[in-house]
Every structure is written in structure tokens, then in C-alpha cells.
Write a protein that binds this ligand. Structure first.
Ligand code: SAM
Ligand code: SF4
Length: 348
């Protein structure tokens, strides 16, 4: 039995590309059924709860030129990189807020490896070891990843962005194979690994979105996401249409059905096409929300999605979860579930 058959909630005939494409196009009553099933699977395998993470955006320096991102290297503006003291102060506020997962996010730059190597052990100290350290810092080579793991990093998010090789090259200026090889290294080195897709990139095909749904399970990723494409000012795609919210939610629901135990976030970008978009993410089977702990002075400098991005604050996250009838998992609870026996909640 292959990995797909073993882990998926779906019968084999519902895992075909044609069946997945049909689910991606669901609307009206068919979409309601899709979401109901995705929620039922989440609740059965995971419980009616969501992991709460805290993100600190450590630098906007980036060597890459993704067409959708204002932090691309071509954009000349004053960049920021937090020093270790600033990041530790922010980590302290994550701890004080009772949040047990600290995510360090930033542009792709070799400097973030050095900074993270210094920071990770200190962050672990702040939490007396009761923390999951999650990184989202772009591609690194295997040696760097190994060092980061040894320093105490637990997990890493490296989205494939699009699994269409030609579109990936056009959008990210690099081979899809390079990105996927890095994700495979992460999994191989024992990181809990997240991948994910941007939905609505110009030129994206339905067939490639079907592939985006299947890829996380094939790789053995434990975390996966779908985000709508946000046309950001100061990027070459500023004039392109925004990604479709329903298509994004449908992809999240399909990911849930294919990967019952996965962590699937309701990302902040869901709030851009529609206020309340993150609550809809939980309706489609999400089980993670991330609160922003970047120091106030740097939040507006981190140009992801442009200056008018939606920044998730604690009150918004808790209100969203309450609206969706989901219990927040703070502290140790937020990462202890990784160690639950696999069948603990089945049939609950
Ligand atoms: N530099 C690292 C990387 O790209 O993996 C991590 C930071 S990057 C800002 C985090 C994510 O932002 C990317 O994986 C990409 O999916 C997302 N992103 C950036 N610009 C976006 C846009 N305009 N619309 C949707 N997602 C976007
Ligand atoms: Fe850099 Fe990440 Fe933006 Fe691409 S998406 S330009 S890698 S910060």
C-alpha cells in the first residue's frame, strides 16, 4: 500500500486527478458537503481545536526575486534585520502570551542561518524547553539544515508555491526540483515539514493545483497550506487579479481529506479577499492560526502582501476561533499532539 492510500481519508476512486479537480471546483451544496466532510475528518483525527503559533519576522533581506513578493532583491529600499536581543524580547512576549510554538520567518538570506543558530538555543531557554521552534527562512543547503536541527529547530515550512515546473521557474526564478529537494532534505533530517501552494498565480492551471493537493502526502509532509495569491504593490504582479477565496478553501479541504492528521493553517492572507476569511478556513478543515509577534516598529517594514497586509493580533485570532467553535491549543498542548498515538482520536 503506498503512502497516499495509507494516510488518506478518501477511497482510492476519490483520489484520482479527475475526482480531485471536481472537488476543487465545488460550489453551492457540493462545497458545503466538501467542507462538512473536511471538518468531520479534522475533528475525528485531531479534535475540535487549533494550534496557536506566534510568528516573529526576523528580516526582510532576501536574495530571491519571486514575482509576487515585494521583498524581492530588485526592490531597493532600506531593509531591516533584527538583532538577537530584539528577537529574544519578541520570543519572551510569545512565552508571556502562553503560546508554545515560535515561528521565525524571513527573506531567504544566508545571514538568517547564522542568526537562527545563535537564537534557537536561547529561545528554548526562554521556554525552559517547552517549545516548538518552527523556521520559515527559504532554501538552505543540507549542511545548514543539519546545523539548525542540531541547534534545536523542530520544524520548517518551505512551500513549493506551485508544483507546475514552468510556472515555478517563472515565478520564483529557480527550479521546482531545487525547492522540492530542499523539502525532502528537511523531511530526511527529521524536521516536521510544511509545504504549500499559492492559489491564483497568473497562468496557474487546474492540473497543477491537483498536483499541489497530492504533493504534500507524497512527500510525507506533516504540515501544508493553501493561500490566495495577493497582488502586492511594488511587485511585478501588482496588477494581476487576487486569488479566488473559494478555490483556496476547496484546496484546503481536499488537503484535509487527503491528510487527516496534518496541520493546515487558516493563513492571514485569507482575510484579504474577504473579511472573516480565516474563520472560513476553519470551516474548510484548518487547525492552526498564527499570531504576529514581530515588534510593532518592524511590522510595517515586512512587506509581504504589501503595506496594507492583514496582521493577526491575539484578539482577532481568539475571536476567529470562537466564531468557528474551535478551542485554541496553547503552550505545550500546541506541540504535544505530535507525540499522540496515531489512532488516539479515531472514532471519538
Ligand atoms: N522567504 C521565505 C520563502 O519564500 O519561503 C519565507 C518568507 S516568505 C515571505 C513566506 C511566504 O509568503 C512564501 O512562501 C509565499 O508563499 C508567501 N507570499 C509572498 N508573497 C505572496 C503573495 N503576494 N501572495 C501570496 N503569498 C505570498
Ligand atoms: Fe524572498 Fe520569500 Fe519573498 Fe520569495 S517569497 S522574494 S524568497 S521573501
Amino acid at each position: 500500500m503506498n503512502r497516499k492510500m495509507q494516510n488518506s481519508h478518501l477511497a482510492p476512486h476519490r483520489q484520482t486527478p479527475m475526482a480531485i479537480a471536481e472537488m476543487l471546483d465545488a460550489s453551492g451544496a457540493a462545497q458545503t458537503r466538501l467542507f462538512d466532510e473536511a471538518r468531520e475528518v479534522r475533528d475525528t483525527y485531531f479534535g475540535r481545536s487549533a494550534v496557536v503559533r506566534g510568528v516573529i519576522e526576523i528580516t526582510d533581506v532576501c536574495v530571491k526575486s519571486c514575482l509576487y513578493c515585494p521583498m524581492r532583491v530588485e526592490n531597493r529600499y532600506k531593509r531591516y534585520s533584527q538583532n538577537a536581543g530584539d528577537v529574544l524580547e519578541a520570543a519572551e512576549s510569545v512565552y508571556q502570551a502562553g503560546v508554545g510554538v515560535v515561528a521565525l520567518q524571513g527573506g531567504e538570506t544566508p545571514a538568517s542561518t547564522r542568526l537562527s543558530l545563535r537564537l534557537i538555543p536561547k529561545i528554548r531557554e526562554v521556554f525552559a524547553g517547552n517549545v516548538e521552534v518552527l523556521l520559515c527562512l527559504g532554501n538552505k543547503d543540507r549542511v545548514e539544515l543539519k546545523e539548525l536541527k542540531q541547534a534545536g529547530a523542530d520544524s520548517y515550512i518551505l512551500k513549493q508555491e506551485t508544483s507546475d515546473p514552468e510556472l515555478h521557474l517563472e515565478m520564483c526564478g529557480e527550479d521546482l526540483d531545487t525547492r522540492v529537494a530542499c523539502a525532502k532534505d528537511l523531511i530526511d533530517l527529521g524536521f516536521r515539514t510544511g509545504v504549500g501552494a499559492i492559489v491564483g498565480l497568473p497562468g496557474q492551471s487546474r492540473a497543477s493545483l491537483v498536483r499541489d493537493a497530492i504533493l504534500p502526502g507524497e512527500l510525507g509532509a506533516q504540515m501544508m497550506s493553501a493561500s490566495p495569491f495577493i497582488p502586492a504593490a511594488n511587485s511585478p504582479l501588482a496588477g494581476s487579479p487576487m486569488g479566488d477565496l473559494n478555490l483556496t478553501l476547496n484546496l484546503m479541504a481536499v488537503m484535509r481529506l487527503l491528510n487527516p492528521r496534518a496541520l493546515i493553517p487558516a493563513v492571514s492572507a485569507l482575510e484579504k479577499p474577504q473579511s472573516g476569511g480565516q474563520a472560513l478556513g476553519f470551516k474548510a478543515g484548518a487547525n492552526v492560526i498564527t499570531i504576529n509577534f514581530t515588534p510593532e516598529r518592524d511590522r510595517s517594514k515586512y512587506a509581504i502582501y504589501g503595506a496594507d497586509r492583514f496582521v493577526v493580533r491575539r484578539e482577532h485570532a481568539l475571536a476567529t476561533l470562537e466564531k468557528a467553535g474551535i478551542e485554541p491549543l496553547f503552550g505545550r498542548e500546541a506541540f504535544a499532539f505530535w507525540h499522540r498515538p496515531a489512532n488516539l482520536n479515531v472514532g471519538a
